[in-house]
Design a protein around this ligand. Structure first.
Ligand SMILES: [Zn+2]
Length: 135
């Protein structure tokens, strides 16, 4: 499966998991809406040069509502977790409502991020913006 291929390449053993909130680790360990949608209505993918994270989102619409949204991520623990969390925030929303999803909503969803990991939330929000612009 694509998902396991992506996940195996992440999480070096020297990661200090204690710096992450339980909510963030839960999204990392039990990712929601992982994978990709076949024949999506929109697709967006960005790479973050900070640590080489790659996040891809695919989306399926029903009218103007996000019927399904999935993520594929490769990179650090918080990037994987933010990919998962942002799909949960956006799924079932209208495009208009999903456009209002900001970094602070995502941070709340993952129980906060260490300062050094703020790029992960920024990447997820940027890919969502791009995804909605494409749709
Ligand atoms: Zn990262």
């Amino acid at each position: 499966m694509v998902r396991s291929e992506y996940r195996e390449s992440t999480a070096p053993s020297n990661y200090n998991y204690r710096v992450y909130s339980p909510e963030l680790l839960d999204h990392f360990q039990n990712p929601r809406n992982a994978g990709q949608i076949a024949n999506p209505d929109s697709r967006a993918r960005l790479e973050n040069p900070v640590c080489g994270d790659i996040l891809e989102l695919t989306l399926k619409l029903e009218g103007d509502r996000i019927a399904d949204i999935r993520f594929r991520a490769k990179g650090c623990v918080p990037s994987m977790a933010c990919g998962s969390a942002i799909t949960e925030l956006a799924k079932g929303q209208t495009i208009e409502a999903a456009r209002q999803i900001k970094r602070e909503h995502l941070l709340q969803k993952v129980g906060g991020l260490p300062e050094a990991s703020s790029h992960a939330a920024a990447l997820a929000v940027e890919v969502l913006v791009l995804l909605l612009r494409n749709s």
